[in-house]
Design a protein around this ligand. Sequence first.
Ligand code: ZN
Length: 347
Amino acid sequence: MTENGLNAYIRKLPKPELHRHIEGCVRPGTVLDIALRRGLDIPSTDPAELEHMYRIYERGESLDGILSRFGLAQNSFQTYEDVERITYEACEDAYRKENVRLLELRFSPDFMLGNRLDWQKSFDIINSVICSFEKKYPVLCGLIIIFSRSYGIKSAEKTADFAVENRKNIIGFDLADSENLYPPALYVKIIGRIHAAGIPLTVHSGEEGGWQNMADTIRLLKPARIGHGIKAAGDSSGSVVDAVKRNGILLETNPWSNYLTRAVDSIEAHPLAEFLRSGIKCSIGADDPEILNTDLNREYSLAVEKIGLTLQEIDLCRAFAAESCFLPEDKKQQAFIELGLNRTGIL
Ligand SMILES: [Zn+2]
């Protein structure tokens, strides 16, 4: 298949997205528009210049360096109207530009809203946007609540309480932010409450540092899925890979994000193909598409052209994502149909 043929094929392919942060979906034009309307400080009012300052095009120093670039996006959630607009645009871009048919969106209430906006009111708006989007378009959606580790234990408790109170309207819970500074042992009790409430768990792990964090995450927090999980490839004993397989954990890989945060040495060195061929379930996500200047079309192209996946392996990733999504069973069934996948044929 030619490069153009491949890109056209990928563009049309119905896709599942399991790993996407709402805070990473703020369009540069929306950052500017909201800043002007609300009288916010902004580094440039020139659209092209601002876009260049906002997006990350090259590999950064570290994960922390990249996280610091999120300030502009974070500052865009000033009013309930802004929350509604950004959520709608996230859904619209995923469906129209990437043909996403299964969309799990996640956000960290403390990072996104802090004390500026009421969490419950904002959540209800976000939930109503995705519900009406789902009714209007052939996309199945769900929300994951994130706790940002760097916000401290009080914030973790508050976020877990919030997730439990809203358990009927969320599909999962996630831990994000620096794993090196805040190891999994800190959260055993809090995550125990999430499990007790029957809320599915995914954890950002194995994105930085060594594989040991991932081994501890699996042992202590028992997630159904892991965000990134790249560092499993560095464990020469194979014990982390074995634990991932034994526990049926899906790795939500995000190739371009992993390249930008230096989780991998080069995009060609990304372990996605190796993981799949060793029997690990993997999905492909875009993580923070606007900030990282990517989308699923680009991620799939990279997976084929740089990482070496076959088109059958792309389908396998789509099927793994659908099977390991956190949506309720009726929506999951519908998602398989929207994705054009035969549930029993592949898995
Ligand atoms: Zn992420």
